[in-house]
Write a protein of this length. Structure first.
Length: 359
């Protein structure tokens, strides 16, 4: 393929990848945003396709086969941590777990935790252990630098919550899985780090109770049902909660593992209906394990097979997404894709990024 030799004159390259969910012929490793822009423009000119990734841990949706895999994990600089204005600005190749600890060392708290990259967190917009109270990752983004599918580098947002003018491109890309554009840098809202983070395994606390937990995660598997309730605050307050509910808390939070299992579907429902919809799903499909992040509308099901998936879609209050696995039908369950088509035309007119992922 002559285009590979041409590409090697623009950017560092290495071997491609070939597995069940993500395949590409050649990997490129740009060292600057300008090199990345040149790669994207090269792909547009030659009608080649691109898969952007940092660690390739959380591909969501149908299998993808592209010409070029663009590695972003080398963009891993933490640019600024402001303890005065309470924000962090970082490139997207940094691991979220590392960023969390780095911010913590500065006495600050990032209310998000994820075992992949910052770019992956924003691109998937998966809820985190803190999303019941602080919202989805999209809600934390103050500002971002992005590059579109036709190679335009742009900024959106500002370092303060009061900023509201212009199109919120820094929000639009979140949850779009790299299909519209690629995050390069992001500025996120942070908070003072609490004296203690503690988690209780109890069903005696509701999200709107007087205790004001920041997270409630419902989990069910072959061992039974469990509810993990997380609080932040002062040690004295934690001791009082322990006394009142009669349960001993453990320092730290319940970390959600998004990697396990070969077949995963998610239910996106009305906030507050998570437990109800999980129980309904268990009556329709063989569910090996499920979690519901209470107050987010998100339920994650690890399933034995895709049998009765379309029955679940008809019966559930919300919509069902196939996040992982070899499914022969529609992965997304979205009936009206008109807005998606318009966004694709605006951000990636030549269908360079992840063709076939959403449309």
């Amino acid at each position: 393929m002559e285009w590979i030799d041409e590409l090697a004159r623009i950017v560092k390259i290495s071997d491609g990848k070939n597995d069940d969910s993500t395949r590409w012929k050649i990997t490129v490793i740009p060292q600057t945003y300008e090199e990345l822009r040149d790669v994207i423009k090269f792909a547009n000119e030659r009608k080649l396709s691109i898969y952007p990734f940092s660690f390739n841990m959380h591909h969501i949706g149908p299998p993808i086969n592209t010409d070029i895999g663009v590695k972003l994990s080398q963009f891993n600089n933490v640019i600024e941590i402001s303890d005065e204005d309470l924000y962090v600005t970082s490139q997207v190749g940094v691991k979220v777990s590392d960023l969390f600890e780095m911010i913590k060392a500065n006495g600050l708290f990032l209310p998000a935790y994820y075992d992949g990259s910052l770019g992956g967190l924003l691109a998937t917009n998966l809820p985190t252990p803190f999303s019941s109270f602080y919202g989805y990752p999209k809600n934390l983004i103050l500002m971002a630098k992005i590059i579109t599918g036709d190679g335009i580098i742009a900024k959106g947002g500002g370092r303060t919550l009061k900023f509201s003018s212009g199109y919120k491109i820094h929000k639009i890309l979140s949850g779009m899985l790299g299909w519209l554009g690629i995050y390069l840098e992001a500025t996120l809202k942070v908070y003072p780090f609490p004296e203690v983070i503690a988690t209780f395994q109890t069903d005696k606390v509701a999200l709107i109770s007087k205790y004001r937990p920041i997270s409630i995660i419902y989990e069910v598997d072959e061992k039974g049902e469990r509810t993990h309730v997380t609080f932040i605050g002062f040690r004295k307050a934690m001791n009082k909660i322990e006394e009142e509910i009669g349960v001993k808390g453990q320092d730290g939070f319940y970390d959600i593992n998004y990697v396990e299992n070969e077949r995963i579907v998610s239910i996106h429902t009305v906030r507050g209906r998570e437990v109800e919809e999980i129980k309904r799903a268990k009556s329709i499909m063989k569910v090996k394990r499920a979690i519901g992040i209470i107050g987010t509308g998100y339920c994650r099901l690890e399933i034995a097979s895709f049998d009765n998936l379309e029955v679940l879609r008809r019966e559930i209050s919300g919509h069902v997404v196939v996040e992982k696995g070899d499914y022969k039908g529609d992965y997304w369950g979205i009936n009206d894709k008109g807005i998606l088509r318009k966004l694709k035309e605006a951000f990636d007119p030549n269908n360079t990024l992840l063709p076939g992922l959403l449309l």
